[in-house]
Design a protein around this ligand. Structure first.
Ligand code: AMP
Ligand code: MG
Length: 329
């Protein structure tokens, strides 16, 4: 299959291009779409054979449910049984944005989208171009990250091309994704709601709106038990083995170099053989996956990562870095 790559202005998109993309989606094809978090691989949720193509193109395990992208709160409400006060408050606070809510689904949402679960995960993406595409397509779009399952998520169209060229009909290139890591996922069916995946909308931001929530994240990373499918221990991972350290990483870098290994450091110091990332979570998230893609392309023996501090603001970043460092089975 030939994969078309088309450029778009994220704020003032060419409607003709969006209509072309919408036509592919309406005919059961796959389109990689820009979002403010990472690039997504989109299909019409009401077309089970199109949804099945997402799993095939990504090599995604069938038990890992998909996030459904909608363009309005009304469209979100049309897919769920129990839109309540909590959902309304959270939507008003964080939509459009990098925040996903899990609610009980209506029967009209096909089981293949939710990996058989009776719940559905929903969000309204922030980029105007993404919302406009959903509106023109006229259907909600299931869209996981547009990469081979388990690998580093794409933050540019060229990252998508590297993994999915020839496997999908179209890639819409609206420039680098500014958020840089995947959305926060909150299950609001439990009382209090449960954080399934940390992201740029932080626990503190959520608790300010709806009061205390439950956090499973820290426990999973230790016990390996996941309350929701898809929370694999290894994920977001470069092919190069990753070593995480709770310090500057310089000592580990030097040690491995002495052993004759080809190694680079991802850290906070501007030194030789290192990529230096911003010391704030938002800036770090925005640059992280591009840095991992670059490091992975260098043919290294190891990537050393200097972990940011173990504080609430860095929860989402440390979650991704811990999964990136988990060895393949
Ligand atoms: P991604 O791989 O970035 O598309 O993320 C999808 C993630 O959202 C999954 O791995 C789950 O953690 C979460 N998720 C999606 N749908 C559901 C659902 N119906 N119930 C619980 N979690 C879900
Ligand atoms: Mg993903």
């Amino acid at each position: 299959m030939h994969t078309q790559l088309l450029k778009l202005d994220p704020d003032n998109p060419d409607l003709e291009v969006l209509h072309k993309a919408a036509l592919i989606l309406n005919q059961g094809g796959l389109v990689a779409i820009p979002t403010e978090t990472v690039y997504g691989l989109a299909a019409n949720i009401f077309d089970p054979s199109a949804v099945a193509k997402i799993y095939t193109a990504k090599g995604r395990p069938g038990n890992n449910p998909l996030i459904v992208h909608v363009y309005s709160v009304e469209q979100a409400k049309s897919l769920v049984l129990n839109w309540n006060d909590t959902a309304q408050k959270l939507a008003e606070a964080f939509w459009p944005g990098p925040f996903t809510m899990v609610l009980d689904k209506k029967d009209l949402v096909p089981d293949c989208v939710t990996a058989g679960a009776s719940s559905v995960a929903l969000r309204i993406p922030k980029l105007f171009v993404t919302r406009k595409l959903i509106e023109i397509a006229g259907v909600p779009l299931a869209a996981p990250s547009a990469n081979i399952s388990g690998a580093i998520s794409p933050t540019t169209a060229s990252h998508v091309l590297k993994d999915l060229d020839g496997r999908i009909e179209m890639i819409l290139d609206a420039g680098p994704a500014s958020g840089g890591i995947e959305s926060t996922v909150l299950d609001i069916r439990s009382n209090p709601p449960t954080l399934l995946r940390p992201g740029l909308v932080t626990v503190q931001m959520i608790e300010k709106i709806i009061g205390p929530i439950k956090q499973f994240q820290q426990q999973h990373l230790q016990s390996g038990a996941f309350p929701s499918p898809g929370m694999m221990a290894r994920h977001y991972a470069p092919k190069t083995p990753v070593i995480n350290v709770e310090n500057s990483g310089i000592e580990m870098l030097e040690k491995l170099k002495k052993e004759g290994l080809k190694v680079r450091l991802l850290g906070f110091h501007k030194i030789e053989d290192a990529i230096c990332l911003p010391e704030n979570p938002v800036g770090y998230a925005s640059a992280l996956y591009a840095a991992l893609h670059d490091l992975d392309a260098m043919g290294l023996d190891r990537i050393v990562i200097a972990l940011p501090p173990n504080t609430p603001q860095w929860l989402a970043i440390r979650d991704r870095l811990n999964r990136a460092a988990t060895p393949a089975d």
